[in-house]
Write a protein that binds this ligand. Structure first.
Ligand SMILES: Cc1cc2nc3c(=O)[nH]c(=O)nc-3n(C[C@H](O)[C@H](O)[C@H](O)COP(=O)(O)OP(=O)(O)OC[C@H]3O[C@@H](n4cnc5c(N)ncnc54)[C@H](O)[C@@H]3O)c2cc1C
Length: 406
């Protein structure tokens, strides 16, 4: 083995795979500020680790330059990821929507295998070591940690992750280290998280789950949509349908625009079919409207949806005018709510924003500003949809940076 020394800062998905590959040709030290490696990996996919997705494509990624992912995945994409995990003893199995998981359905196997493989490859893993500063010196890099002498490395892979989900140790450290070296940081914001809807009446639906078509509209232009389960909560909406549109909603709000959210409670029925269904429900002239609608909605939903749409839910079906019927139909297919202030990084699965990728060479992940500095993973200004896309970006960028060490 050659004497070149590589440091990896961050023992998350991206740093672990980077260390694995870098150890093929260099002496690697991995610095992790927490007491264990891979803490965020353990919470992924509800403890099952949705490692990647069969539908990896640049359209599933966001940021100021999502085209960056094209070059990344052409070097280390889905096939290479499946092959890598299989080679370390973690075959993947497919679930719905192309999601791939370890066959054991346990995230803990992923961190355990990395622990084993890094030991086997003589990677020096330093836990409880937070890197506070990176100082470039004659094309090498000196790493500074409180209480330790600075140590010089031939190259450094910065894989500190984003500030999403601090409960698993996420922080702003990576942005600070990159920014201190002159890198441009796009302001991070939380994505893939629940949404505040500041309408008290809606909060009474707390706990109700409903399969919905959801659209984000700004000036009536659709900027995101999803078709999935929505969960009403004490503050707004959650569940996969809400998480999937949260990026677009938060991006609008943080840019000073207030979008509308449109809910379609019957996405599998077109308007004429739903109209027929409603007309049948309204045949008994003496029934109250809210009672009649309990034939197709859950308890509480008719009162809340109708009153928020300005419809008298106490009205008898016999008293409904044609205009009333149109309004009811519209409240079922296009129920409008307005989101409030974004919720915090504490609940976010990922962060948008981060280090500008125009300053990174996608062939190696090397910084275009600082020689021998490599930047990978969620710290970069790329965020993926939920469903395995964020881990895939972390694996791919980490692997590319690791293989570039020689
Ligand atoms: C609840 C939850 C569920 C998720 N589920 C999925 C999923 O199923 N599929 C999917 O694709 N994505 C999922 N994600 C997103 C995915 O986990 C991240 O995109 C991915 O882990 C990012 O990898 P990373 O290596 O860039 O950063 P991280 O995994 O965050 O690793 C960064 C590491 O760097 C360390 N560090 C930071 N600063 C320093 C420093 N100065 N010195 C030393 N160490 C430092 C941190 O302690 C951390 O261990 C989930 C995220 C969350 C929060």
């Amino acid at each position: 083995m050659e004497n070149k020394k590589t440091a990896v800062i961050g023992g998350g998905a991206s740093g672990l795979i980077a260390a694995y590959f870098a150890a093929e040709n260099t002496r690697v030290t991995l610095f992790e500020k927490q007491k264990k490696i891979g803490r965020k990996i353990l919470v992924t996919g509800n403890g099952r680790c949705n490692i990647t997705n069969k539908n990896i494509d640049k359209s599933r990624y966001h940021g100021h330059n999502p085209e960056f992912t094209e070059s990344i995945f052409s070097q280390f994409g889905l096939a290479e990821t499946e092959k890598f995990f299989s080679s370390v003893g973690i075959p993947l199995i497919e679930e719905n929507d192309g999601k791939l998981f370890p066959a054991s359905l346990q995230a803990s196997i992923v961190t355990k295998v990395f622990e084993y493989e890094l030991t086997r490859r003589n990677v020096n893993v330093q836990l409880h070591r937070k890197i506070d500063k990176i100082i470039p010196e004659n094309n090498k890099l000196r790493l500074i940690t409180a209480g330790h002498d600075g140590e010089i490395f031939d190259s450094v892979i910065l894989a500190c992750g984003s500030r999403a989900f601090p409960a698993a140790g996420a922080s702003t450290s990576g942005y600070e280290l990159a920014s201190a070296l002159g890198h441009k940081i796009y302001e991070p914001f939380p994505v893939i998280l629940p949404l505040n809807i500041p309408v008290k009446a809606l909060h009474t639906l707390q706990g109700i789950k409903w399969d919905c078509g959801v659209k984000v509209l700004y000036n009536e232009r659709c900027t995101a949509s999803s078709m999935d389960e929505l969960l009403f909560t004490a503050y707004g909406i959650s569940g996969p349908a809400a998480l999937k549109i949260s990026r677009s909603v938060n991006e609008h709000i943080l840019s000073g625009r207030i979008p509308d959210i449109s809910l379609d409670f019957f996405p599998s029925l077109d308007e004429p079919d739903l109209k027929n269904l409603l007309n049948n429900l309204f045949i008994d002239k003496n029934r109250k409207l809210s009672f009649a609608l309990l034939g197709i909605l859950k308890e509480k939903m008719p009162e809340v949806i109708l009153s928020l749409s300005g419809i008298d839910h106490e009205k008898r079906c016999g008293a409904l005018s044609e205009k009333d019927r149109e309004k009811i139909l519209s409240s079922m297919k296009n129920f409008r709510i307005t989101p409030g202030k974004p919720r915090g990084f504490e609940e976010a699965v990922a962060a948008a924003g981060g280090v500008a990728v125009d300053e990174i060479n996608p062939a190696t992940m090397e910084s275009k500003l600082i020689k021998n500095l490599f930047i990978t993973g969620e710290l970069l200004d790329i965020d993926g949809d939920s469903g395995g896309f964020n881990l895939q970006f972390a694996w791919s960028t980490g692997a590319i940076a690791g293989m570039a060490q020689r």
